[in-house]
Design a protein around this ligand. Structure first.
Ligand code: GLN
Length: 190
């Protein structure tokens, strides 16, 4: 087992760089990833917040889907906001394709438009909701780790984690979520 896992942050679009100080403070190595060669080097992946439709278009344009599917099958993945949408089984508002890594149904922009964006603490740590999705349903194998108004906002299914919110925009390093994920990435290293 290596001591410093490489955390690959999918760097096609969205909030990539804000993860660097969190990952490093949590004892991981930050690596922006955008090619199949990069993907193979990463021990775990963060699918960042941003715009899920744009990310899907870029994945398609650059022909990355097959290699991502292959890597996700055996490595930890954490999806944040748009990234959580990419991990869901079913996506609505509007419907779009996804990797289906977590047995959950998600509604895009379910917490409202940009004006409804807000900062709320989860387990005492302030996190940002930015046109965030609502997790409407989770399957029996999904652990709900935190809720907001009775809806899951932080879930886990095996090596997969999703948060509806962005912890990486808070400048208090590392966030507890990055800490947890680096531990998961270490455990997943072969
Ligand atoms: N609204 C965006 C989407 O549907 C997600 C927003 C975010 O990642 N902050 O993809």
């Amino acid at each position: 087992m290596l001591d410093i896992p490489i955390i690959g942050v999918l760097a096609l679009q969205g909030a990539v760089m804000p993860h660097k100080p969190h990952i490093e403070a949590a004892g991981g190595m930050f690596m922006p990833v955008k090619t199949p060669e990069d993907f193979a080097r990463a021990d775990a992946f963060i699918l960042p917040g941003g715009e899920s439709t744009t990310m899907l278009k870029l994945i398609d344009t650059f022909g990355l889907e097959a290699s991502l599917v292959k890597e996700f099958a055996h490595k930890p993945v954490w999806g944040i906001c748009a990234g959580a949408i990419l991990m869901a089984k079913t996506v609505t508002n509007p419907a779009q394709t996804s990797f289906g890594l977590i047995d959950m149904d998600i509604t895009r922009n379910g917490y409202g438009r940009q004006l409804a964006s807000t900062v709320i603490a989860v387990d005492g740590y302030p996190v940002s909701y930015i046109r965030a999705p609502v997790i409407e349903r989770t399957g029996p194998d999904v652990q709900v780790l935190a809720t907001r108004e009775d809806k899951p906002i932080w879930v886990r299914q095996g090596q997969y984690i999703a948060t509806a919110f962005h912890p990486e925009l808070t400048a208090d390093y590392p966030s507890p979520f990055h800490k947890t994920f680096v531990v998961l990435a270490k455990a997943g290293q072969k």
